[in-house]
Design a protein around this ligand. Sequence first.
Ligand SMILES: [Zn+2]
Ligand SMILES: [Zn+2]
Length: 163
Amino acid sequence: MQTETMGNCLACGQVLPEQHVELSLNRQCLHYAKQPDGQVRVELEIMAADVLYLFCPPCADAGCAAAMRHEGVAVNFPTGPVGVCGRCQAPVPMSAPHSAYERLDGSFYWQAGSGWHCQPSDSETLAVVCQRCLDDPHWPAAALAREQSQQDARCAALEKSKP
Ligand SMILES: [Zn+2]
Ligand SMILES: [Zn+2]
C-alpha cells in the first residue's frame, strides 16, 4: 500500500503522479575508460544529488526552463569531455568533480521498509557550472552547490553508465 506521496507539481500544484520529472543539482564526475575494442566507455559518478524542483509530465518542459531561468543558468546540454559553464561560459572539465543540473524523467514509487525507488526512463544534463561560479557569493544557488562540493571527499558513489 502506498503510504507516501511525492508532493505536488511546482508549476500546476497537482499531486504528482508516479511518473514525473525531477530537476536536481548534482555533484558529479565522468570517468572515461578505453575498452579493448577501442570504444571509450563513459561512466557517470554522482557524489551528491539534491532534488530542487518536481514537475508533472505536462508541466516539465516549461517548468524546467523556468526553473533554470530562476537559477540563472543557461541550458546548453553539455556533451563531450569539456562542457561550458551555464553562467559564465568558462570551460568545465567533465572528468573532474563539477556541478550539474540534471533532468530525470522516471517512475517513482514507495516501498514500505526500503523507501523511495526510481525507475528512470530518461535523463539529461541541462547545464554544468564552473568552480569560479560556485565561489560567487552573489549566486544564491551556489550555497547548495558549495555544500555538495565539500562532500566530494566522502562520496558515496552511485554509478550509472552512458553509451
Ligand atoms: Zn504540473
Ligand atoms: Zn562559470
